[in-house]
Every structure is written in structure tokens, then in C-alpha cells.
Design a protein. Structure first.
Length: 349
């Protein structure tokens, strides 16, 4: 909950003054890995593309920028020149090919490269593929000047997933990172480059902003801080993924039913397994499950934790509503900016 109040104050005091909207996109707890690309594509479609914004900043919620970066957040980047804001943090982000953390660009440039890929589940690859898509669209990635003193970020997440993925123990943390880094998208795996077949026109044009409507569903929308902050909750699955999930649940239930009704083994191990099977049955796992998806048309049916997360864990503060005018001038003025942040899935207990 630190990101929203911090960035509202940060942009509110930024010079030159700018109108802004902060959009926080969160994924429902559907048992799937975090898909940052789909979240940002969906939020862009539902908020940024419907308004007249001069700039959009894609931002991680675990990074808090220093005051030295205020002018770069307040002024829109030039056409065709996306600005990797987090590139100013050179003690951490040293690779010229990395555009994660915080990235500002013109909305039309994001549309031109068809946004993020929709098939990146878990940490990794979404930013790398976006960088390659931008280069493919003849966009030049720039960064704050190297002599900008004091520019940095406070990192709220102590875990460096880059180190995890590149370690010999990455298998223990497979639920967090993108397994495609090991299973086909990189040549050689883990340390290599993205396979060129994933950058072909047909693949890029069919996998991104253009088909996000088929890969996401808006569950709930709330606002706070006088309308300057919008929170969106998304279910991120398409028809095929939903069907596969349902088949997996049915198959698991049928296997449990067979083990419960027709024990085939004997001995201490079999007895221990049957004891666990009975415990699972007593918890209701043999019953036909309820629908995996909530009746999203009624936000009141969301869990208390979902509502708490969407509201930021506190009562909304009152700020002046954004001005209806925007100049769109690169030199400054009341430029309209949308800062879109992706949050990790809401976990229900």
C-alpha cells in the first residue's frame, strides 16, 4: 500500500505541473502465475485508450522514484522515443536491452508495437519482448542522462528474481518465474536471446494489445483520491485456458474418487495414503466444485480481501479532480499522464 500514496504525492508536487491518473491493475487469485503483460494491456485498453492522455508510464508497484526524477515523470517523452525511466538507476539496471521497472511512452507508440505479449506467465520476458517489439516498430529507447546525480529508486521487494532464475536452485521457485525461459522462448535456454520466431509479424500482431479483449475480463473497478487513482481487478484467462482449468479440476476430482472407492494397495504406505484421501474427501473435495469464476456483475460478492485491496486498505483521500484541459506540449505545461502499475494477484485465505 506504499506505492499509491507515494506516487500521488510525487506527481502532485512534480515540476512542471501535470494532470495525472494512477491506474493500479490487479490479477484475481485464479491459481495462475502473475501475468504482468496482460494486466498492463488490459488497463491501457480500459483507461488510457479511452482518454486523451499525452503519456503513459508502465510502473512496478514495488519501486518508488527519487525526487531527482520528477521532471522526467512530469514531461511526456517525444514521439517515437520511449523513455526508460528506471534506466536512471544504473546500479541495478545496467543492461541496455532492459526496459522494466518504469517505462514512459506515447500511447500511440504503445499501440504501434501492439503492447506487451499476452503469453508471459510469471516473472521474466514481458519487458524483453516489449523492447524487441519497440525496436521492430522503429522506436528508439532513451534513458535519463548518465550525469543525473541522485536519481534512484527505493526497491520495496528484497528478492532479485534475476539472481533466482540464473541460479542452480531456480527449480525450487518455478511458481514465480516464466518457465518459457527454459522451455522454448530463449535460445539457449535461460541465458539466451528470444527465439526469432516469436518476433515474426504474424506472432506479434496476434499476441498483444490487439487481442487483449479475448484474454481478460474486468471484474471490478473502484476509484479514490478524488478520482486520481483507479483500481482495476482482472480475471486473466481466455476460453481455452478456462476449459483447461476446468478439465484439470474434474480430472483431479475423478482420480480422488477412484482412489477413495477402489483402494488397490496394502501396507503402511497405502494406509497413510488412504488416510490422506479420506481427509481430502471430508473437506468436500469429492463434491462438484462451484464455478471457478465469481458472478462479477455484482461487486458486492467479492471477498472482503478483494474489496480491501481494491480500496487501498484505507478510506479515500480527497484531492482536487484532474483538470479537463491538457496541452500535450513536450516543453511542459499541464500534460495529461497515466501511470499504470501492475500489482500481484490478490490472494484469498
Amino acid at each position: 500500500f506504499k506505492f499509491v500514496p507515494y506516487v500521488v504525492a510525487f506527481l502532485g508536487y512534480a515540476e512542471p505541473r501535470c494532470d495525472f491518473t494512477v491506474v493500479v491493475a490487479t490479477q484475481t487469485d485464479d491459481g495462475r502465475k502473475f501475468n504482468r503483460g496482460r494486466l498492463l494491456n488490459a488497463a491501457f485498453r480500459d483507461v488510457v485508450r479511452k482518454e486523451d492522455f499525452d503519456s503513459v508510464i508502465f510502473h512496478d508497484v514495488d519501486l518508488l522514484p527519487s525526487e531527482e526524477l520528477m521532471p522526467f515523470y512530469a514531461v511526456p517523452p517525444k514521439d517515437g522515443r520511449p523513455l526508460h525511466l528506471a534506466g536512471a538507476w544504473r546500479t541495478k539496471y545496467r543492461s541496455r536491452d532492459f526496459v522494466g521497472g518504469a517505462l514512459a511512452m506515447r500511447p500511440r507508440d504503445f499501440v504501434k508495437c501492439n503492447g506487451f505479449p499476452n503469453d508471459c506467465w510469471g516473472w521474466g520476458l514481458d519487458d524483453r519482448e516489449l523492447a524487441l517489439r519497440m525496436k521492430r516498430s522503429k522506436l528508439k529507447i532513451v534513458r535519463p542522462p548518465a550525469d543525473l546525480k541522485g536519481a534512484s529508486y527505493v526497491d520495496l521487494d528484497p528478492i532479485n528474481m534475476q539472481n533466482v532464475v540464473h541460479s542452480d536452485e531456480r527449480g525450487y521457485y518455478h511458481e514465480y518465474w516464466n518457465m518459457d525461459m527454459e522451455n522454448g522462448k530463449l535460445r539457449p535456454k535461460i541465458f539466451g536471446d528470444v527465439d526469432p520466431k516469436f518476433l515474426r509479424d504474424a506472432h506479434v500482431e496476434a499476441n498483444g494489445l490487439s487481442n487483449i479483449a479475448d484474454n481478460s475480463e474486468l471484474v471490478a473497478k473502484t476509484s479514490e483520491f478524488g478520482g486520481r487513482v483507479i483500481r482495476l481487478l482482472y480475471a486473466l484467462e481466455n476460453k481455452r485456458e478456462r476449459k483447461e482449468g476446468t478439465v484439470a479440476l474434474v480430472s483431479a476430482r475423478q482420480s480422488l474418487q477412484a482412489a477413495y472407492e477402489n483402494p488397490m494397495l496394502q501396507g503402511p504406505v497405502a494406509e497413510a495414503a488412504m488416510k490422506q484421501t479420506r481427509a481430502l474427501a471430508a473437506q468436500g473435495n469429492l463434491k462438484a466444485p462451484l464455478g471457478r469464476r465469481l458472478p462479477y456483475s455484482n461487486p458486492k460478492l467479492l471477498s472482503p480481501e478483494d474489496r480491501f485491496r481494491l480500496q487501498g486498505g484505507k478510506k479515500p483521500l480527497t484531492l482536487p479532480p484532474p483538470s479537463s484541459s491538457s496541452s500535450g506540449n513536450d516543453a511542459g505545461g499541464a500534460a495529461a499522464k497515466a501511470l499504470v502499475a501492475a500489482a500481484a494477484p490478490v490472494r484469498r485465505r
